[in-house]
Design a protein around this ligand. Sequence first.
Ligand SMILES: *Cc1c(COP(=O)(O)O)cnc(C)c1O
Ligand SMILES: [Zn+2]
Length: 413
Amino acid sequence: MTYIRGLKCRECGRSYPAEAIHVCEYCFGPLEVDYDYAAIRASISRESIAAGPRSIWRYRDLLPVDGEKVIDIGSGYTPLVRAENLARELGLRELYIKNDSVNPSYSFKDRPVSIASSRAIQLGFDTLACASTGNLACSVAAHAARAGLRACVFIPADLEQGKILGAAIYEPTLIAVDGNYDDVNRLCSEVADQYGWAFVNINLRPYYSEGSKTLAFEVAEQLGWRAPDHVVAPIASGSLFTKLWKGYNELYQVGLIDRVHTRMSAAQPLGCSPVYTAYIEGTESVRPVRPDTIAKSLAIGNPADGYYCLKIIKESGGSCEAATNAEIVDGIKLLARTEGIFTETAGGVTVACLKKLAAAGKIRPDEVTVAYITGNGLKTQEAVVDHVVRPLRIAPTLESFEEALRQRELTLV
Ligand SMILES: *Cc1c(COP(=O)(O)O)cnc(C)c1O
Ligand SMILES: [Zn+2]
């Protein structure tokens, strides 16, 4: 059963068949999946979802797939953690961490890629490809392995070791481009035109991006079927941020939750913050920048959905913040120290911005707040390796151990 009616231009509303296309031929607007919401509303219920699998596929009726076969590596159903220690430090009363660093390839990208790879199979492709800032490469390579598709993933050459390895282990064709993500993306658009491949975030982008809605669905279900009062989430291309908003509002549209009053706040690294800059300057046009940040997974200088992110921030009454490299490292350490969660640099950006928003009163203490932690710290070890405690090397004797403890106490005061 599918509820997809086709694709639709977000700008002019023209309809297209549900194929591997992503821009409107008439106005160059982005294409989006068009659903039969009335039919979904009639068939979906909280109970039917609760009886579904413990993965993103429990929300299948709201996802753009048809046919039986989907590519499932166990994405989603990640913990929503009540963060009491962090909340206390930040002066908030009800704070949650959506810990999406524990997906199969260790980032939230497994959600959109599950959808895109399923759609690629349904549309008859034999090669899965992507332009990646790192995590996407890992996820595409993993899903291609599972699906029996060939994989060709493009990354900027200066990526963290953990992300190169995290993709390479699945044996894709791994192309390291001398340039930044925006260069990689430009090249991939040409490759996509030339070769008949399924680029998950180019020609399959309308399907791919829908996968991020499950991060809204899950949180609403985990909160007992309600949307949070305030959300803090990172922006790279802006796909995740816009789809969180779409996800919450779809749940309302199909009758699963009350009207949405969520304030949507965005987080960017200061070294790549085109949306933040536009927000501060009060303009609607997002000017491209040249990224220079340790948050490589967010280093997109020309965000495709930047304009829509700005609109959502404004429409929802949210805010936008940015974090320096030092604040990003502090953010990673703060989350680890208070909640026992080790996130990558993107999560450091989110926590650092959450902290600033709380300190500035932009998040009110009584708001039920959810911060989205999107990737795993073991992939960006370079960022923190010089900022953590070192092991105390000892001889295997009690004497040596006690000497080490004394040294440790001295360094603590
Ligand atoms: C890709 C990515 C993001 C943001 O993705 P967009 O949808 O492009 O905004 C956030 N966090 C991590 C860890 C990512 O890999
Ligand atoms: Zn159009």
